[in-house]
Design a protein around this ligand. Sequence first.
Ligand code: ADP
Length: 395
Amino acid sequence: MQVSQDQPIYSEAPLQLLLFVDGRPKSRQQVQRIRAYLKELEAEYSFELQIIDVGQQPYLAEHFKLVATPALIKIHPEPRQIIAGSNIIAQLKTWWPRWQAAVDAFLKLQEDLQERIDDNSRVTPPKSTIRSVAVSAELIKLSDEIFRLKQEKEKLTEQLQFKDRVIAMLAHDLRNPLTAAAIAIETLQSNYNSDTGEFQRLKPGMTAHLLKQARSQTRTIDRMIADLLQVGRGSDTELPITPQKLELGKLCLDVLEQLRDRYTAKSQNLETDIPKDLPFVYADPERIRQVLVNLLDNAIKYTPEGGTISIAGLHRTTQKVQFSIGDTGPGIPQENRDRIFENHYRLQRDEGTEGYGIGLCLCQRIIRAHYGQIWVDSAPNGGAWFHFTLPVYPS
Ligand code: ADP
């Protein structure tokens, strides 16, 4: 009797075989020959055969730890036996008489048992049957799925918690630049005379300062929101960039100017070594600005008062420019130098410092989108040295 894989039927046939096949054109002929041979045997012997396509039921292949198909498995009488390879029919010819002997022995044993037990009780059905195999394969599949779902749930819970934390921190952090921008705008507004179009009681220098303040604070807010959106999108999505001819040294000085208040407030010294003849790079100015702001922001944040921030540019090869930002802070321990670029990762040491652990991940994504590299090592004085490379703009 041949049972289709779709309708496994519990059978009493003492010899039970599984034939594992695959969809490869190469094995089709071999499978046809095996099936034809089994068909011949069927005329003379009683056995149950189930054909299993590994493509449709990979869990069954896993259950039997199959390494190759086609494969013929005797699952009953036990012990289980697997025949595989290119000469299945030849092997089957050798084994067939022994399998028949095993069947006879099994039937004899059943008869003996039957005689010994009560008429009302039933013989325990054989442990390993086609039905039981299908059930245990289904169980493997389900437990795999449960495991996967559990992991997914943990990941999602973690992400949700992180987002809650970020939103709480962001609400707090946004207040500073928002208040500063609002004060500047309100001051301008309350002094504005719509009839004359002038700012009363404000000196032109002050008006310009307030406008600049409002603009730079809204830029800060914009960057914080942009960072946040990156977190929301996760780290797997591609980062769109619009590269162009860019003067990296100039951009860096620009960013330093933007951060002047920050490092002067901590009395930090600045050392810049940007060669005049550093070639242009091919990069997205807004994205690279984000990288520089993040790296310099970290350098200032993690370096104590009176420390030194260093910036160096290097024409590394004909195709690459290397930019480095160093500090005299605590540095990054060797064992964490890869992990700090992971999303949400922060050194335990710095848990008390404000931050979300996303800046460096974003930097890495941006630099990678430019086909560059970013890494950290230690400065000679023990601080951190962050380096990144960018492609040279072709001349
Ligand atoms: P954040 O600074 O917001 O925590 P980052 O992704 O920018 O997130 O940095 C990840 C972690 O790497 C920080 O929490 C900090 O522990 C460490 N780190 C980054 N830059 C420096 C630095 N210049 N010096 C020392 N530690 C740093």
